[in-house]
Design a protein around this ligand. Structure first.
Ligand code: TYD
Length: 196
């Protein structure tokens, strides 16, 4: 079976992880080998990024964009490409589209973000789970420690607008994530069935 690379995008609290897990279970029941992976990763660079997100390390936003791009190259080479080559379905939570929306929402020019991510191959399918920022923030468990970006409702609203703006240009499939979990999952399954 041919491997596939799927990226799942959306603002924090949109349901990416829930839908990736449900989708993986469904695909496995249909005989596919699946891995769920996400960015930032747990590599050395990914761990530096997480320090930045927690506000423990301050770097200019351009450096932040470079760190995400570096982490992504390693992720593609070490995890995504080998898995796709061996016939697996790779469900990646966040990819270059996250850099295009979050880092550009923080002032980094989109053209430059594209340039430094030139190495990252286009996924077979990119899904945007779209929910209003207020809905997403309300869903994030009160107990969870929010990172630097999650705390900021205005930033999340800007990020959502950026996602919707780039979705058409970059060919992301928009799924209305404000409906019931079952409805959202059913639409995602339809989208993936079309590329398998
Ligand atoms: P996220 O997957 O939401 O982390 P968690 O596992 O804690 O839910 O990603 C962490 C943050 O990183 C998120 O706020 C978005 C941000 N991010 C970027 O700003 N640029 C990027 O390129 C990526 C991949 C993530």
């Amino acid at each position: 079976m041919k491997g596939k690379f799927v990226s799942i995008e959306g603002i924090d609290g949109c349901g990416k992880s829930t839908h990736a897990k449900l989708l993986a279970r469904w695909l496995r029941a249909r005989g596919r080998e699946v891995i769920i992976t996400d960015e930032p990763t747990n590599s050395t660079i990914g761990r530096i990024i997480k320090q930045v997100l927690r506000g423990e390390l301050r770097v200019p936003v351009a450096v932040e964009a470079l760190l995400f791009a570096t982490d992504r190259v390693q992720h593609v080479k070490n995890v995504i490409e080998p898995a796709v080559r061996s016939g697996k379905v790779v469900l990646n939570e966040r990819y270059i589209y996250s850099s295009l929306v979050y880092q550009s929402a923080r002032g980094v020019p989109a053209g430059w973000i594209k340039l430094i991510n030139n190495y990252a191959p286009k996924p077979d399918l990119a899904i945007l789970i779209d929910v209003p920022a207020e809905v997403a923030l309300a869903r994030i468990k009160p107990s969870r420690r929010l990172d630097e970006f999650e705390r900021d409702l205005r930033l999340q609203q800007r990020v959502r607008r950026n996602y919707l703006r780039i979705a058409k240009r970059e060919g992301l499939k928009i799924v209305d994530g404000a409906r019931s979990c079952g409805e959202v999952q059913a639409e995602i399954r339809k989208l993936i069935s079309a590329v398998l």
